[in-house]
Design a protein around this ligand. Structure first.
Ligand SMILES: NC(=O)c1ccc[n+]([C@@H]2O[C@H](COP(=O)([O-])OP(=O)(O)OC[C@H]3O[C@@H](n4cnc5c(N)ncnc54)[C@H](O)[C@@H]3O)[C@@H](O)[C@H]2O)c1
Ligand SMILES: N[C@@H](CCSC[C@H]1O[C@@H](n2cnc3c(=O)[nH]cnc32)[C@H](O)[C@@H]1O)C(=O)O
Length: 416
């Protein structure tokens, strides 16, 4: 059963799914293994992930392993209607469409849960939260869950600390083969790609303010600098601020940064990064975008309160006219621009290849093991396997330690 926008888009969706499959060699390898081993026979997997071609390929990989798969999106703006229709035509249960209301978004989550999943794959923890709060009768079916992103992991750790979490969770985000590549190079490239595609503006010579110098912030800063921007970083963590400085960027307080910003990209996972009086100090024409989480990093309510009008001037660009006549532009409703902007394509397929390989192997790990309650990193063996498969797919060979080298590294006696 599915509920998508328009099944006549299925052929185009399938074309796009086939395209990404050519660029996801690790997941394709795992799909073949799953076809032989059938680790998910009798298992239902429910997911809440950005519903687009690469995610559908994860769904097909789980299906190849014998799973019944039900999927919805994890953001009201990020679903690709053609990929959703294609996935439904390929036998996955798909619920969702682009531009859902909040009510429709949670209804779709509810529909997935009605399939009574044994395993949940979440991105941002909305499905896990909803399950605990609104469908607690289903908790007993759940063997475990995987969480895709930094903020989702933080939410679930907080839930566990409160004693509220009722099943084990694997923090897929915390695998090296996830955050070092997805959060950094994926967010770096896809955010700039979406901002440029949405605005058709030049990046070179602009003051680009990156709020947060975590894994995503590093990626966004380096890609913006590569395009010729003058990058300014804001941080609250002294070590990350120092790192940003020594990586060559200016570091300053947000209040100083907004005064000179041409473009702001928030990537903190935190609330109210741009809020209140910050809007009063912005230059005419300043563009605001978020690539972190949900739509809380830029306080839209505060922006609206200080403006006299708001108009969609181009797809995914709202122009706020301020009381003094300045124009401030908000991209993609302040939701993560690389996925929620109409032109946002998400991370490149080669990146999601690794993230979703970790998801697929973590789901298998959940069904094959009795994990204890809590939030734990994906096992190192999964990281190692994904990295080795990726190197192999890229045609890269690396060296092995010799016996002499192993002995040397294990010996404290050998010195100068
Ligand atoms: N757009 C995407 O596709 C994508 C991909 C991966 C992660 N994410 C999301 O992006 C966000 C960041 O993820 P990450 O892995 O980089 O996390 P991270 O924890 O590595 O980095 C976040 C950084 O923001 C800083 N920060 C917090 N509050 C701040 C404030 N008030 N001002 C300035 N800096 C502040 C923190 O000190 C930290 O260095 C999360 O919400 C994550 O879920 C988005
Ligand atoms: N549901 C929240 C979650 C943040 S999404 C951040 C996650 O999106 C994932 N992501 C980035 N690009 C893609 C993509 O193209 N397809 C599926 N997931 C993606 C990425 O792994 C990252 O951890 C929200 O919408 O605000």
């Amino acid at each position: 059963m599915s509920n998508v926008k328009d099944m006549s888009l299925a052929d185009e969706g399938i074309r796009k799914i086939k395209w990404v499959q050519k660029h996801m060699p690790v997941l394709e390898h795992i799909k073949k293994q799953f076809e032989e081993e059938k680790p998910f026979e009798g298992i239902t997997i429910g997911s809440c992930l950005h519903l687009e071609p690469k995610t559908v390929n994860l769904g097909l990989t789980l299906q190849a392993g014998g799973a019944e798969v039900a999927m919805t999106g994890c953001n009201p703006l990020s679903t690709h209607d053609d990929a959703a229709a294609g996935a439904a035509a390929l036998g996955l249960h798909i619920y969702g469409w682009r531009e859902q209301t909040d009510e429709e978004y949670y209804e779709a989550i509810d529909n997935v849960l009605s399939h009574k999943p044994d395993v949940i794959i979440d991105d941002g923890a909305d499905m896990i939260m909803y399950l605990h709060e609104k469908r607690p009768e289903l908790l007993e079916n759940i063997k475990g869950a995987c969480e895709e992103t930094t903020t989702g992991v933080h939410r679930l750790e907080a839930m566990h600390a409160d004693g509220a979490l009722k099943f084990p969770v694997i923090a897929v985000n915390d695998a090296y083969t996830k955050y070092l590549f997805d959060n950094r190079y994926g967010t770096g490239q896809s955010s700039l790609d979406a901002i440029m595609g949405t605005t058709n503006m030049l990046i070179a010579g602009k003051n680009v303010v990156v709020c947060g110098y975590g894994w995503c912030g590093r990626g966004v800063a380096s890609r913006a600098a590569g395009l010729g921007a003058n990058v300014i970083v804001t941080e609250v963590d002294p070590i990350r601020a120092l790192e940003a400085r020594m990586d060559g960027y200016r570091v300053m307080k947000i209040r100083e940064a907004v005064k000179i910003a041409d473009l702001v990209v928030t990537v903190t996972g935190n609330i109210d990064i741009i809020h209140g009086d910050d809007f009063k100090y912005m230059k005419d024409g300043c563009m605001l975008s978020n690539s972190g989480h949900f739509n809380v990093e830029i306080n839209r309510g505060d922006l609206e309160a200080q403006s006299v009008s708001c108009e969609e001037v181009r797809e995914s660009i709202e122009m706020f006219t301020m009381k003094d006549g300045r124009k401030i532009y908000l991209l993609a409703d302040g939701r993560l621009v690389n996925l929620a902007a109409a032109r946002g394509q998400g991370h490149p397929a080669e990146i999601m290849d690794m993230s979703f390989a970790v998801q697929a192997l973590s789901a298998k790990y959940i069904v094959e093991n009795d994990l204890s309650l809590g939030v734990e990193k994906a096992p190192d063996s999964i990281d190692d396997e994904v990295a080795r498969l990726k190197l192999k797919a890229m045609g890269i060979e690396i060296d092995d330690l010799s016996e002499r080298q192993k002995d040397y590294l294990a010996d404290w006696r050998e010195g100068t």
